[in-house]
Design a protein around this ligand. Structure first.
Ligand code: NAP
Length: 258
């Protein structure tokens, strides 16, 4: 149905596991050349092997989104290996919980540095190559937490995820003359290893609070990212797409009673 994006050069930060892995696999299946980025190279290379086994092309890279020099090196590797950058998925993110009162300045800085400054650094590093394409795509992984909802323990995380959307809106204006779109996917609770680590009770309660009665899959998020990357989405910029099975809709628990 959509124009093929086969052969496009895609960077996915934070793609050794979880949502990023799902996004990298999805773009790999669509025939893109995927740079799989995380701080842990062996883990990134495992995802590359999965993409290659499925008939795609991928390269792993160890890089930390909080370091400007790493992000510049990441862009350079994509340009040298794949001939440019068509699509940047700024996905790397962390969500350690800490309640106000117990949250330290270091806790706050780490989350903001990774989730928000990491978005800025990855976008900035890829800009020259994206501008050269005249049809670049930037897709941010934000969250419902922060932009739409709150959750105890995640005030720093919520601020970082809402901050990504503030960043996006001005970036979209500044980059529109270059044909670059900047959009964000806002996942609800997605079944990842990291989410499982929050405990079976957390997962059970979350499933019960979603109208579709299941957590989202990494593929659900990857498909939204793929849409924003498509030629057909060329006139959509500065927008956010919630992918949450209806999680933000109930106004009370009573609204979920059958
Ligand atoms: P995850 O499974 O923990 O994966 C996080 C990925 O980011 C890993 O590949 C990790 O690899 C990488 N990473 C972490 N810090 C990094 C850094 N400083 N530099 C480079 N890579 C880094 O997490 P996830 O659940 O898939 O979350 C991915 C994104 O989705 C995040 O932005 C998160 O906020 C968002 N999100 C997730 C959910 C959910 O339900 N899971 C919901 C809403 C939004 P290394 O540790 O090897 O670097």
């Amino acid at each position: 149905m959509f124009t093929s994006i086969q052969g496009r050069s895609v960077i996915v930060t934070g793609s050794s596991k979880g949502i990023g892995r799902g996004v990298a696999l999805r773009f790999g299946l669509a025939g893109c050349r995927v740079l799989v980025v995380s701080r842990n190279l062996p883990e990134a290379e495992k995802v590359c092997a999965e993409i290659v086994a499925a008939g795609g092309e991928a390269l792993g890279l160890a890089a930390d989104v909080t370091r400007q020099s790493d992000m510049q090196a990441m862009a350079q590797v994509a340009v040298e290996s794949f001939g440019g950058i068509d699509i940047l998925c700024a996905n790397a993110g962390i969500f350690p919980a800490a309640k106000l009162g117990a949250m330290t300045e270091a806790d706050f800085d780490l989350v903001l540095d990774t989730n928000l400054k990491g978005t800025f650094l990855s976008v900035s590093a890829c800009l020259p190559a994206l501008k050269a394409r005249k049809a670049g795509r930037i897709i941010l992984t934000s969250s419902i937490t922060g932009p739409v909802t709150g959750y105890s323990g995640w005030s720093h995380y919520g601020a970082s995820k809402a901050g990504q959307l503030g960043f996006m809106r001005t970036a979209a204006i500044e980059l529109a003359p270059y044909g670059i779109t900047v959009n964000a996917v806002l996942p609800g609770n997605i079944a990842t290893e990291a989410l499982s680590e929050l405990g079976a009770e957390y997962v059970r309660k979350m499933e019960a609070s979603v109208p579709m009665r299941r957590l989202g899959s990494c593929l659900d998020i990857a498909n939204a990212a793929l849409f924003f990357a498509s030629d057909e989405a060329a006139y959509i910029t500065g927008q956010s797409l919630i992918v949450d099975g209806g999680q933000i809709l109930p106004e009370s628990l009573a609204a979920l009673e059958a």
